[in-house]
Design a protein around this ligand. Structure first.
Ligand code: GLV
Ligand code: MN
Ligand code: MN
Length: 433
């Protein structure tokens, strides 16, 4: 497709879903499985595709100093602060095709619609396709959005992937200059707000028979790498002489689960490695991840203190040593009343004339993390959730319906226009949080 023709063909739900399918072919896993990680050849390929679609939508494009793909459409006059729309293009291992991706493609399609409508807005529109939200490659999440938010940490340069490639070197291989990372950072004055569309990653909308929902806030998450060390040895070793790191890790994992349940938090141990990993050798070392989330940072942090005490007690009793390293920390992020309001206006507009007409939009807490958490450091955030089948995400079975994506496009477009029509569409710049 060239030029700005074929608008309906580009901005319909069917077109957005076809683009999701196209991006899903850019993967480093065989057999149709999807994995696309930060600063990989697949990342470069999807950035190029997204950039092409952004240009078709009328945006001028650039890849920023962190590898985020960006685009901009001027508002009523050139150089106005922008409403930023976006999400991410990276994935977890064996991912679905919509987590993050749907948000980027919805944003592009909505800008296309607004441009084609000829409306001039009191702000510019920018779209960003973040390069790393999941943290799959380097263990630390939100690298792309934290670069844009100006909260990049120099300590991250030493992070290494499973092949031992340092983040610093991965930047250079991707064609980026690590010394220029500061150029990716934007300021509060650049933006009037940030809106993100995302699949819900939970079953609430489906259970409530709603296509769309409004995010109230995003739970804060902390991630840790925990290493338990004992002594490897022959599997015939008598009980009294064993210092089994895996048995200690197993006891700890079950205890962490119990503690988190009791505290109304979520704890996930999604990665476990055992060394030397042989059938007739006692595990001398066990390494596992912990992802700990909660509605309130204080509850989550208290639980972590209790988990540390519990790990120490279990390891003490078993003659083991425990080491912990925090790999990620993001505070809970609140969606502003104003952005929740414009998303609600969008959901109402999309529901008009449908079975949803007259129903108050549903507000949900997101237990999943999102780029919005990082962007919230700079500007007000709002999020639109789209129903996904069974709430399943981070899995190849992720699924959305064309009708729900059509509703999301209408709602997201209406949200942008509601913000444009709202009093004080360009608020005074706020100080970074
Ligand atoms: C990202 O999807 C996360 O919630 O970790
Ligand atoms: Mn995800
Ligand atoms: Mn996501």
């Amino acid at each position: 497709m060239t030029g700005h023709g074929d608008l309906a063909a580009r901005t319909s739900a069917a077109a957005v879903l076809a683009r999701c399918d196209e991006l899903a072919t850019h993967t480093d896993l065989p057999d149709g499985l999807i994995q696309r990680v930060y600063l990989s050849p697949e990342h470069a390929a999807v950035n190029a595709l997204a950039a092409g679609w952004m240009r078709e939508a009328g945006l001028t494009t650039w890849q920023d100093a962190a590898g985020n793909q960006c685009g901009r459409l001027e508002g009523a006059t050139p150089g106005l602060p922008a409403l930023l729309l976006g999400s991410h293009l990276d994935t977890v291992p064996s991912a679905g095709r919509y987590d993050g991706i749907l948000g980027v493609l919805t944003a592009i399609a909505v800008v296309d619609r607004v441009r084609a409508s000829g409306r001039s807005l009191p702000f510019a529109l920018e779209v960003v396709a973040f390069g790393d939200e999941e943290g799959t490659r380097f263990g630390t999440a939100l690298l792309g959005s934290r670069a844009l938010a100006g909260t990049w940490l120099d300590a991250w340069w030493e992070l290494a992937d499973e092949q031992g490639i340092r983040l610093h070197d991965a930047f250079e291989t991707f064609g980026l200059d690590p010394a220029a990372i500061g150029r990716a950072a934007r300021t509060s004055n650049d933006f009037v707000g940030y809106l993100e569309t995302h699949i819900e990653q939970g079953p609430v909308l489906e259970e409530q028979d709603r296509p769309l929902g409004i995010v109230s806030s995003i739970a804060g998450a902390r991630r840790f790498q925990i290493t338990i060390t004992g002594k490897a040895g022959h599997s015939g070793t008598p009980w009294v002489h064993r210092r089994d790191a895996l048995a200690g890790a197993s006891e700890a994992i079950v205890a962490i689960e119990r503690l988190a349940r009791d505290a109304d938090l979520i704890a996930t141990i999604g990665h476990l490695e055992v060394f030397p990993d042989a059938v007739n050798v006692i595990a001398g070392r066990a390494e596992f991840s912990l992802d700990l989330r909660g509605r309130f940072d204080a509850d989550r942090d208290l639980a972590w203190q209790q988990i540390e005490a519990l790990l120490a007690e279990i390891c003490d009793t078993r003659g083991l040593h425990v080491g912990v390293e925090q790999t990620h920390s993001a505070p809970a992020a609140h969606c502003s009343d104003r952005m929740r309001g414009v998303i609600a206006a969008g959901v109402r507009a999309a529901g008009a004339g449908t079975a949803d007409a007259g129903r108050e939009p549903l507000e949900l807490l997101s237990m999943a993390g999102h780029d919005a958490m990082a962007v919230g450091h700079l500007t007000e955030i709002g999020m639109l959730f789209v129903r996904c089948a069974g709430g399943v995400s981070h899995h190849p079975d992720e699924s959305v319906t064309e009708a729900d994506v059509a509703a999301a496009l209408d709602a997201f477009e209406a949200a942008v226009l509601a913000l444009a029509d709202s009093p004080g569409a360009m608020p005074a710049p706020q100080d970074p949080a």
